[in-house]
Design a protein around this ligand. Sequence first.
Ligand code: KIV
Length: 269
Amino acid sequence: MAADAKVTTAALRIRKGTGQRIAVLTAYDVVFARLADDAGIDVVLVGDSLGMVVQGERSTLAVTLDEMVYHSRIVSRGVRRAHLVADLPFMSYQASVEDGMRAAGRLLKEGRAEAVKLEGGVEASELIRRLTGAGIPVMGHVGMTPQSVHQLGGFKVQGRTDAQRAKILADARAVAEAGAYAMVIEAVPHALAAEITREVSVPTIGIGAGADCDGQVMVMHDLLGLEPAWKPRFVRRYAEMGKAVGEAFAAYAADVRAGRFPSPEETYD
Ligand code: KIV
């Protein structure tokens, strides 16, 4: 694939098993979407994590479909080469297949997304079948599914017991068989993610799921260190932007108070 060729679901699928890993990153606005696209990120995900990292909620549950449509649309203006995926938020698809179809349609029509991501396994397979049948590509999401945080008793690693392991494997199989072109595997032991990756025919994208997945996804704020106090085990920080931004803001405030900003060069004659 040429370095600047548009990333499509087909292009992602043929990377399965080639060792060409897929780099996925979240974005919530046009500036960071453009930076991610220019940096060669393969998939930009407008995650419902925006509820936590942008809106300051304690979970993703409060995010609305209107908010996802809005963020997807503004992110789309910064994305040229990458594949653009938007999350279906909590309760936009759980009550009925029809709800899910309409919600996904809005993410593509109004949000300009190229695919939707939804959480769930066996119970989501009918919706995945209907969406893909209607020409809407679906990225699945199994393992620790944040929209079920209360059911799971917190954001906890899943798949450590035999029963959980069997359920997650069945979910992953169901998602792939229903027609998803890829799936996120979140917060499971690396051996389970490796087993799923070997078994399913579509690319797996891990987060807290070890190095054997076909790709990795990170929340932009985590990668950039925008929240200095937040450093879970699965996060690698590639910058300390929270600290850098705090220092820049403080330096600006000090310059204003001391009369050092603006200088004559920064002033119109
Ligand atoms: O909402 C999100 O950002 C996600 C990723 C963490 C996979 O679902």
